[in-house]
Design a protein around this ligand. Structure first.
Ligand code: SF4
Ligand code: SF4
Length: 285
């Protein structure tokens, strides 16, 4: 199986629209939405829920008040201001480091698992689909991304492809999205921030020595900037495999909960087909 991660330096570049379209066009695949903070692929590909589970991705200190001797050692040990003057745990500040539990002479503090999100596995007409939703204010989004990728292999049926809708940015969620993949497709837009975001994401992918490709979405909205991106990619030996034009009908299709492919946007569909052909040719698949 070849794993392809579609990423971008920021949200809103059209990454999920591209992945959801490929879901309609590519056979023999599974799909994972690793944008756990703001997932939206599940709005476009639906099906029968196979599994839904709470995910416990963090730890938090809990005090047994009956055992506490008010010695204050936990207060001194905590580096996150998560223990009050009365030696109560301030759970919002707690990082789950465990220092307080280590120093407590009364064994009054223990670490408990905290729910940080929910995972979903769905059987769709486009293949098995894994996604998750991070709880509001929860930490550990990188771990949840890893869980989304782990979970999809629990229903592994020897598919040829895994399409990953990666998280935007360059933080730990992106690293969790792209680690171990066979290729990264960076989706960008012809704007100034698009260029600088592309540079940062490409640097992250290069750091992990993952073959990288670029897709310029809405390239015709700013041909000059699109040309700058092409030149940057040429200089950095990063093939541009997709140039998707802007089409107002795509916006309407998305508003109706349809991918451009489902809505019959022929020009956009053709460009996405070409992107896939170029990608598979480059990967020798
Ligand atoms: S270290 Fe233990 S005994 Fe001392 S104040 Fe903290 S919880 Fe209470
Ligand atoms: S687990 Fe760490 S962060 Fe949380 S209260 Fe204890 S020392 Fe502070």
């Amino acid at each position: 199986m070849k794993q392809i991660a579609f990423v971008s330096g920021k949200g809103g570049t059209g990454k999920s629209t591209l992945v959801s379209s490929l879901c309609q066009l590519v056979a023999d695949k599974m799909v994972a939405d690793c944008d756990v903070e703001a997932p939206n692929l599940h709005l476009l590909i639906t099906g029968e829920e196979l599994n839904k589970a709470d995910y416990y991705g963090a730890k938090e200190a809990v005090k047994d008040a009956a055992k506490c001797r008010k010695c204050g050692l936990c207060y001194d040990a905590c580096r996150f201001a998560a223990i009050s003057d009365e030696y109560e745990i301030i759970s919002l500040n707690c990082e789950g480091c465990g220092a307080c539990a280590l120093v407590c002479p009364a064994e009054a503090i223990s670490l408990e698992e905290v729910k940080t999100g929910q995972t979903y596995l769905t059987k769709t007409l486009q293949g098995t689909f894994s996604h998750a939703l991070l709880d509001i204010g929860a930490e550990g989004s990188g771990k949840l991304v890893t869980e989304v990728r782990r979970k999809i292999f629990t229903s592994h049926e020897q598919e040829k492809w895994l399409l990953i809708d990666g998280s935007p940015g360059i933080g730990c969620v992106v690293i969790a999205s792209i680690t171990g993949t066979d290729a990264v497709v960076i989706v960008t837009e012809p704007t100034k921030s698009g260029v600088s975001d592309l540079e940062r994401v490409l640097a992250a992918a290069r750091h992990f020595q993952i073959p990288s490709f670029v897709c310029i979405n809405k390239y015709d909205l700013n041909p000059e900037m699109a040309a700058q991106i092409e030149e940057y990619c040429r200089q950095h030996d990063c093939p541009v495999i997709g140039r998707i034009p802007f089409d107002q009908k795509v916006v309407k299709a998305l508003q109706a909960g349809k991918t451009p492919v489902e809505a019959g946007n022929i020009q956009v569909t053709r460009e996405i087909e070409k992107l896939w052909q170029r990608l598979t040719a480059a990967l020798g698949a």
